[in-house]
Design a binder for this molecule. Sequence first.
Ligand SMILES: C[S@@+](CC[C@H](N)C(=O)[O-])C[C@H]1O[C@@H](n2cnc3c(N)ncnc32)[C@H](O)[C@@H]1O
Length: 245
Amino acid sequence: MRARITANHIGEEIDRAATEATKARYNRNARFYDAREALVERSFKRWRAKLWCHARGNILEVGIGTGKNMPYYPQGAHVTGIDLADQMLAVARKRARELGVSVDLREGDVQALQFPDDAFDTAVATFVFCSVPDPIRGLRELNRVVKPDGRILLLEHVRIDRPIIGRMMDWLNPLVVRLMGANINRRTVENVERAGLEIESIEHLGPMQMVKLIVARPKTAPTTWLQPVASREGNSTPPAASVDQ
Ligand SMILES: C[S@@+](CC[C@H](N)C(=O)[O-])C[C@H]1O[C@@H](n2cnc3c(N)ncnc32)[C@H](O)[C@@H]1O
């Protein structure tokens, strides 16, 4: 097995309470989700189409939600879609039937994927890592399940890097999370780097470049991370990223 940075190497526990709260919020919103997003979806559609041009082979879509990416799946693609929220998946199942799209839909948590290493050629997430309680852990899981020559494709809104607006986003964030489940102040580009993925390209989209289309590759961990060397304090785990996510 190749040695790569995975969530298990970090040895942190999943925050079960935060994960259950996220699931409950999306289950609560599932019936209204598509209607609520209809306006922004006008821009998102173009960006989804761009992202899916990069997808190849055996594809994993995480946080598939109500299946809004289904119209952009490549012809004949084998796609597995997972989501934390069963009610979002129920809408996705209906959409797949209506569109005649073949997709293997499963309940699952990107922070602890039930797939072996190197199982996929491409992993896709659109507007997901704003909601995942531990995004770095989730991104490391994508690193693990994607083949070394595969790609990780992300379309994510991020914190706007301007003093006043950025601070306003920080201030409003707790309310937005409570209502919608999404953090509006995530620094996802930095999180991708901290998770150890190698960024191949970033496209800056939307007003104030708030949305990023990120194409990343899995990266092999530096071998020093993988040796359980006891430190002077007797700590045998490699350094976990302690960051403002
Ligand atoms: C804002 S919605 C985006 C849905 C879809 N990707 C789209 O582009 O419309 C975020 C989705 O991520 C899912 N999600 C949040 N945390 C997750 C996790 N830890 N594992 C899997 N899915 C998760 C939510 O249930 C929700 O369906």
